[in-house]
Design a protein around this ligand. Structure first.
Ligand SMILES: NC(=O)c1ccc[n+]([C@@H]2O[C@H](COP(=O)([O-])OP(=O)(O)OC[C@H]3O[C@@H](n4cnc5c(N)ncnc54)[C@H](OP(=O)(O)O)[C@@H]3O)[C@@H](O)[C@H]2O)c1
Length: 309
């Protein structure tokens, strides 16, 4: 039976004001698919870039467009041959079809994993994009015990997870963030340093023997800074400065290279065991999707902002 549900839609590229919440038809899940009633769906800066048309040449939009990849919720219908999923199962995962900012979403059965009871829906629904990006980036620079890793945007969704994963690998982690986030980062075992004119000197004072690897989760010059610090290109990974990818071996691995149910399960398990902290800065109901993106677009989110349909 076809259901109806509220979902975020937009009809043309533009600012947050193109975003609307509409009642849409949701057909039953096809073979191999599972329908999820969304309890939480993270939002990501890349969705703003898609919505504004900034990725048109790489990821062209079709309209009306939905949006959103991250999701956590409760299974509400199961198609044929969709594995062991049962209505009522608590899950997290993702959709590749721009559609998790909605009350209902239908995904391939292998895009879901079971939500550990200890992981709140808000956190589970924020894990996929930022978590997979962090896993991809940290894997690419391969931190070793005793090395020093610099992470830019360390208080953000991607940066805070990347920094914690680099710590878990045994590295010392220096995280670039503004002063209000420093105590919080210290609580995660990350040594904070403030961005600004003195950044390079401040890093050199903190790490007089040098920085071994850099994860750039902010863009705007951190790859250049990494080079100035003497970090070899292959040990620099940028999640956003795509013009730098490939130059001198700089890597651009992110969510794409780590996107899998295994990655999502790995991250959820770390959270459940208290070994990974994912801060939820705020939650917004679906109707306030414009306000939620307005806040994300200020680029000072600590951790994640999540829609709770
Ligand atoms: N390639 C991929 O697969 C992939 C996937 C996901 C995201 N991304 C990209 O990764 C980047 C990070 O995303 P995000 O979700 O973590 O959110 P974000 O909004 O880009 O980052 C928020 C953080 O940036 C920090 N920040 C602001 N100005 C800064 C500066 N000048 N220097 C260093 N940090 C600064 C803020 O900390 P303060 O408040 O302390 O300033 C805040 O905590 C984005 O560019 C996003 O598009 C790429």
């Amino acid at each position: 039976m076809t259901d109806t549900a509220r979902a975020v839609r937009f009809d043309a590229y533009g600012d947050v004001d193109v975003l609307e919440v509409r009642e849409v038809e949701v057909p039953p899940p096809s073979r191999g698919e599972v329908q999820v009633r969304v309890r939480a769906a993270g939002i990501n800066p890349g969705e703003s870039i898609i919505r504004s048309g900034g990725y048109h040449s790489r990821l062209p939009g079709t309209f009306p467009s939905g949006e959103g990849s991250d999701l956590a919720g409760v299974v509400s219908a199961v198609g044929e041959d969709a594995g062991d999923w049962r209505v009522g199962d608590e899950v997290l995962g993702w959709t590749d079809r721009r559609g998790s900012h909605a009350e209902l979403v239908t995904v391939p059965a292998d895009h879901l994993v079971r939500k550990p009871a200890a992981v709140p829906f808000e956190v589970a629904g924020a894990l996929y994009v930022a978590g997979a990006a962090a896993v991809g980036a940290v894997r690419a620079v391969d931190p070793q015990p005793g090395e020093t890793v610099l992470v830019s945007g360390a208080a953000g969704g991607v940066g805070s997870i990347a920094a914690q994963l680099a710590r878990r690998a045994g590295a010392r982690v220096i995280g670039v963030a503004s002063a209000p986030n420093h105590a919080w980062l210290r609580g995660l075992g990350i040594e904070p340093v403030a961005y600004g004119d003195d950044l390079r000197d401040a890093i050199e004072r903190l790490a007089p023997d040098g920085v071994d690897a850099v994860v750039d989760a902010f863009g705007g010059g951190y790859v250049a800074l990494a080079r100035e610090l003497g970090v070899p290109g292959p040990r620099i990974d940028t999640l956003i400065d795509f013009a730098e990818v490939g130059v001198g071996g700089v890597q651009g691995e992110g969510a794409g290279s780590a996107s899998s149910a295994e990655t999502v399960a790995f991250l959820a398990d770390l959270v459940a065991r208290g070994e990974l902290r994912v801060e939820i800065a705020a939650t917004y109901p679906l109707e306030q999707v414009r306000e939620a993106f307005t806040r994300v677009e200020r680029r000072h989110t600590r951790g994640k902002i999540v829609l709770v349909p």
